[in-house]
Design a binder for this molecule. Structure first.
Ligand SMILES: NC(=O)c1ccc[n+]([C@@H]2O[C@H](COP(=O)([O-])OP(=O)(O)OC[C@H]3O[C@@H](n4cnc5c(N)ncnc54)[C@H](O)[C@@H]3O)[C@@H](O)[C@H]2O)c1
Length: 441
């Protein structure tokens, strides 16, 4: 380990420990590193294959020297289709699993991609880390703050490379934006305005519960979430709008965009305070629990971060349905995934800084996956490490908790909770359904 990496890990540990988040004693013990040298092939397994997980697997398979050794899903139809597709792509069938615990026993796998719904991210990642496999886990890192803490502990304890799927961290135009802001091109950054107006935030039409589709292990889909009967509107693709499995627009898009607001000042501490307003004001005919309308403010040390979403509308500031405005003394930098532009302030009839016309954005998944694969070999920390994933997921969860409890949240860093706000503290750790347990790591 290089001295800079040792120093980084040591600092990270101190920050997290001082925030009351992790027990220091368990770090860096019982490590079981699995070594892939520079010329070795990397064999990956996929857990959760329907949509994004398969997209990430494809990006990995597009790189030289990568093979898919296994796919796991609880749905036979998804599993069979994806296995066939991979066989065509690489000329070899990956091993088929319906239980991720069995996949973890596969000694050929160097790494695991976790593409399940959010409520499964933590347990699958913990199992992979314990089995000595590196992990690409989709965002938000987990469905609660305490699950994120457990994942940070596991990644560090077992010395695993864990990349969180906030791919903008590997995107050139986002890196360029951060350089411009940090080098003072907009003057002092005072406020970041974020908005995210998307139709899917209003959920799917209400439909009655029905029989579990053939070939689906619904008990394993629910996993640690409460037992309930099957309902199509809370299953594949639409689970995001139900608290047991996701956090709605706030966690789904929030982690991508809030992450940029934190990156602009390299924030690695929780907000001083979180305040939220809004509710479920529209589309009662649709099935959703997460909020369709939401405004959030995070109080930071030397700037403010504000969030707005109005699901079901698609207009927004600067003619963009979603985006960020970094507001500085000298200019406002406006951006989304399609690119960025800079609007300077005027002083005595002259621009304070040069205007920047629209610059184009680029695809970010592929470089994020490439970065993960490089780190498997170099053992460096990836572009979106577990601490970064935990930080932004926690900001997003805090916003939801503030509105669910209708309280202002003040984080108590020595206790690792919201102090005497018991209503809010309940949401830090999920109650898992037997036999699933959230392990203390
Ligand atoms: N980074 C991005 O831009 C991006 C984009 C879309 C989705 N995502 C994230 O990807 C994840 C998956 O989203 P999606 O849209 O692909 O969801 P999805 O519902 O389409 O697919 C999830 C898959 O996981 C499977 N699954 C569920 N429980 C499982 C278990 N215990 N074992 C194995 N398989 C299991 C399901 O059967 C399904 O095939 C989410 O966390 C989401 O936030 C990220």
């Amino acid at each position: 380990m290089t001295s800079s990496r040792r120093k980084f890990l040591s600092n990270t540990t101190k920050i997290a420990a001082s925030a009351g988040l992790i027990p220091v004693v368990s770090l860096f013990t019982k490590a079981n590193p699995k070594h892939v040298s520079a010329n070795d092939k990397i064999v990956v397994g996929l857990v959760g294959a329907r949509n994004m997980g398969f997209g990430i697997l494809n990006h990995a398979l597009n790189q030289p020297g990568v093979e898919c050794g296994a796919i796991c899903d609880i749905d036979d139809s998804v599993l069979d289709e994806r296995i066939e597709e991979v066989k065509i792509k690489q000329g070899k069938k990956p091993t088929r699993y319906k239980d991720f615990r069995k996949l973890m026993e596969n000694k050929d796998l160097d790494a695991v991609i976790v593409g399940t719904p959010d409520h499964w991210h933590c347990l699958v990642t913990l199992a992979a880390c314990e089995a000595g496999k590196d992990v690409y886990v989709e965002k938000p890192m987990a469905n609660s703050i305490e699950e994120c803490n457990a994942m940070v502990n596991a990644a560090r304890k077992y010395k695993r490379v864990v990349q969180v799927g906030q791919q903008q961290r590997s995107g050139n135009h986002w890196i360029e934006i951060m350089e411009r802001i940090k080098s003072g091109k907009i003057g002092q950054l005072r406020k970041v305005q974020i908005w995210a107006n998307f139709n899917y935030g209003i959920g799917q039409p209400v439909v009655p519960d029905s029989a579990v589709p053939e070939g689906v292990d619904f008990n394993m889909w629910l996993g640690p979430a409460p037992e309930r009967s099957f309902n199509k509107s809370r299953f594949h693709g639409s689970w995001r709008m139900f608290w047991d499995y996701g956090g709605g627009l706030m966690t789904d898009w929030g982690v991508h965009l809030i992450d940029m607001a934190l990156w602009a000042k390299d924030v690695n501490t929780f907000p001083i305070a979180t305040v939220a307003t809004g509710g479920n004001f529209a589309y009662p005919e649709n099935a959703h629990e997460t909020f369709d309308t939401m405004s959030v403010s995070w109080q930071m040390k030397d700037y403010a971060i504000n969030w707005e979403h109005t699901a079901g509308t698609q207009n927004g500031p600067y003619g963009r349905s979603y985006g960020l405005a970094f507001i500085g003394n000298d200019a406002t930098l406006v951006t989304d995934r399609s690119g960025y532009e800079l609007f300077p302030e005027l002083e005595n009839g002259k621009y304070k800084v040069p205007a920047i016309p629209k610059q184009s954005g680029r695809e970010t998944h592929e470089p994020h996956v490439q970065n993960f694969l490089e780190c498997i070999k170099s053992r460096k920390d990836p572009n979106c490490n577990v601490e970064t994933g935990r930080m932004v997921a926690s900001y997003a969860h805090m916003a939801n908790i503030a509105l669910r409890t209708n309280t202002r949240l003040d984080w108590n860093s020595s206790k690792g909770n919201f102090g005497k706000n018991e209503k809010a503290n309940i949401y830090i750790t999920p109650s898992y359904r037997d036999p699933w347990k959230l392990p203390k790591i």
